[in-house]
Design a protein around this ligand. Structure first.
Ligand code: ZN
Length: 689
């Protein structure tokens, strides 16, 4: 049951726009009240304009923000004196309305007014909430919704039929309310709720109370045993679900990423999702259509419901069903586009955003993990609406053409053209071994700065988490994941790739970087020391590269591997035979994999750094003392020694290596594979030939 979260003490000191922000955040805090990015709130008040005159202004949440996180800057201030005359008009196109509202803004820096702005302006109340609550949409999407509403709300409500948001809907709502003096709420068919009050607290309280009334009525009628037609399948056990999902997600990622636009995936096996995907009627229900215009922009009109009988041993069968299902979905989407397109429309990618698998859960797709999760969050809302609507009567949705005209709304399309171009590594996932160390963390930062999602794999999970937290803090939740990986352990490497596949759907870039170094003359090199170098640098690079290769091939959308080798891969490092030989192994391994990867668009290149001391775990170890001894200098003289050794008289930093990785991984190196790049300040003895 949704709760009234109003805190009198907190609200006491607030007024005007601050109070509106507080109320908006409370509404957004519960997704059953208001879904992500949807809904808007307003308050009308008197303020002083730039010349000191007192004017009546309506602050209303503008376009492009979410109520949960809205701040004062998310609201648009509009002069009511300019808006009021609009009520006399018969109609107005979206473009006219947006242009008109732009003239009413009290500050050009405010966000663009939303398409639902006039709904707030035309209602003669100081405070107005427009939300998309699950329980209300359940009523608004039930075929007997109006009768249900009468039973719950008596004559306190106004019902408006579905039309697309805009001038006419706003006017229809206001006329309905003016015609019914007892009205306390408006139910918008297949859309949502409008409520109001004289004070912010009263407005909020009414929003919550109305939802509670609807919830109580619905819950009294939900029969859990009969929900979604009763249970057809039992969910698979949790560990089986995760294993299967990790196994099939790379294939799904490849199938939905066609035409060069990669997608990031998320997996969700929440209780309500499992309940839904295991229901007898769920496939039919899922294909009826979207419950609310706000849902379908992120979920598409319909999800893909995969025709599969849960069986933990049938990963191959599930893969086949997914492949066929996604292909069929794309064909259906193209046909839907052809049936409904208006002049000038250009089709979006035809792949599903929501994939439902009986017994397993839901896979969502998006251009980032955050957007995949938004798609998932909105489908949770859709499930809640279907649960409620089917408890009341039959679930009805927007018609196909209504849905199409929301999905391909010219104003929304225009918004997309304003979005900045995508970054080099957006929609890509980079897995970096040794991600907690100097070069590893610098590479993660570099790739993340250009849009990549990064997986920091390291023996030192704490260290990897620190870097991941830093990246998530800077670029948003979900942009980095820390996983524990011992590169010498075959099963541990596999497990880390599975974790990446489950979290993001796959991997596009592998940076083979985890390493160590030892130094000793050949006759003092123990077998243990030799094996250590071979295990970490040789076997470790092999295992990570093999796993990445398998995964990239399964995705079928190419990939890039960058090996961090060393100057010593081509230069005979004195007193470091084990290390240098292992580094040469890496460089040649990269070239061999490059020849096998070519046909699949998998590129493999190698960086040859030298003497990157900063932030390196290697250089904090005995290696520093050993190298200094080998050159006959003191450990603290190493930086200067190395600088002087280079042709350019420079030290080499982790960021310099990261720059090389970024180049090889990027589209700028799309035609380069099997290549080595020195990043060493110029060491003539190591010039590659
Ligand atoms: Zn709305």
């Amino acid at each position: 049951m949704v709760q009234n979260l109003w805190d009198k003490a907190k609200a006491a000191g607030l007024s005007g726009l601050d109070e509106l922000v507080y109320r908006s955040n409370l509404i957004g805090a519960d997704r059953r009240v208001c879904n992500w990015g949807g809904g808007n709130t307003s308050a009308k008040m008197t303020v002083r304009d730039f010349r000191g005159r007192e004017i009546e202004v309506m602050f209303v949440k503008g376009s492009g923000s979410d109520l949960a996180t809205a701040r004062a800057s998310s609201f648009t201030g509009l002069r009511m004196e300019d808006i009021r005359p609009l009520f006399e008009r018969e109609d107005m196109t979206d473009e006219e309305m947006v242009a008109y509202l732009a003239h009413c803004m009290i500050d050009a820096k405010h966000p663009r007014a939303s398409i639902e702005t006039l709904l707030h302006a035309f209602l003669p109340f100081r405070h107005v909430d427009h939300t998309h609550p699950d329980a209300i949409i359940s009523i608004c999407c039930a075929d007997n919704g109006r009768e249900v509403a009468r039973e719950i709300f008596g004559d306190r409500f106004v019902w408006v039929p579905y039309i697309r948001p805009g001038f006419r809907l706003s006017k229809m709502i206001a006329q309905g309310v003016l015609a019914n003096p007892k009205a306390e709420l408006v139910l918008m068919e297949k859309h949502g709720l409008v409520t109001w009050g004289d004070t912010a607290e009263e407005c909020y309280a009414r929003t919550i109370r109305v939802i509670q009334e609807a919830e109580a009525y619905i819950e009294a009628r939900v029969d859990e045993a009969k929900l979604f037609g009763g249970r057809k399948f039992e969910p698979l056990p949790a560990d089986v679900r995760r294993r299967l999902a990790a196994e099939v997600m790379p294939l799904v990622r490849g199938a939905v990423s066609a035409e060069g636009r990669r997608m990031i995936l998320s997996f969700d096996d929440g209780e309500d999702v499992l309940r839904f995907v295991c229901g007898r009627d769920s496939e039919r229900l899922s294909q009826i259509g979207a419950a609310c215009p706000d849902h379908l922009v992120h979920t598409k009109v319909k999800p893909l419901f995969v025709d599969w009988t849960p069986d933990e041993g049938d990963a191959e069968g599930l893969k086949r069903k997914l492949r066929e299902g996604i292909a069929a979905y794309k064909e259906q989407y193209k046909a839907y586009f052809e049936r409904n397109k208006n002049e000038g429309d250009v089709m979006f990618e035809p792949a599903p955003r929501v994939i439902l698998v009986p017994g397993l859960g839901m896979i969502n797709t998006g251009k980032s993990l955050a957007m995949a999760r938004v798609s998932g969050a909105l489908y949770h809302r859709a499930i809640a609406v279907m649960r409620g609507a089917t408890a009341l009567g039959n679930f009805v949705s927007l018609s196909e053409n209504e849905a199409y005209n929301v999905e391909y709304w010219p104003l929304e399309l225009y918004k997309l053209t304003l979005a900045p171009p995508e970054a080099e590594f957006s929609r890509q996932v980079a897995l970096i071994t040794g991600g907690a160390g100097g070069i590893g963390s610098a590479t993660a930062r570099r790739l993340a700065a250009e849009g990549a999602h990064v997986v920091l794999a390291d023996l030192n999970l704490e260290g990897a988490r620190k870097v991941a937290d830093e990246i998530n803090g800077k670029y948003g939740e979900g942009r980095a994941l820390a996983v524990r990986m011992d590169v010498t352990d075959e099963e541990a490497v596999r497990a880390a790739f599975r974790e990446a596949a489950l979290y993001y759907g796959g991997v596009d870039i592998l940076v083979n970087n985890a390493g160590l170094a030892t130094s000793s003359p050949i006759e003092e090199t123990t077998l243990q020391e030799w094996n250590l170098n071979m295990n970490v640098l040789g076997t470790g690079y092999f295992l990570a590269a093999r796993e990445a290769f398998i995964l990239m091939k399964e995705q079928g959308i190419g990939g890039s591997m960058v090996f961090i080798a060393s100057k010593n891969a081509v230069y005979a490092g004195k007193n470091a035979s084990a290390y240098s030989a292992a580094k040469a192994l890496e460089a040649h391994l990269a070239r061999c994999i490059a020849t096998e990867g070519g046909p699949y668009g998998i590129r493999v290149n190698t960086i040859l750094p030298d003497a990157v001391l900063q932030g390196s775990q290697i250089w904090n170890s005995r290696w520093r003392e050993e190298r200094a001894a080998a050159y006959g200098i003191k450990p603290e003289e190493l930086e200067e020694y190395y600088r002087k050794r280079t042709t350019l008289l420079v030290n080499v930093f982790p960021e310099d290596i990261a720059e090389g990785v970024a180049f090889f991984a990027s589209s700028r190196a799309a035609k380069t594979t099997g290549c080595m790049l020195t990043v060493d300040g110029g060491v003539p003895a190591a010039f590659a030939r």
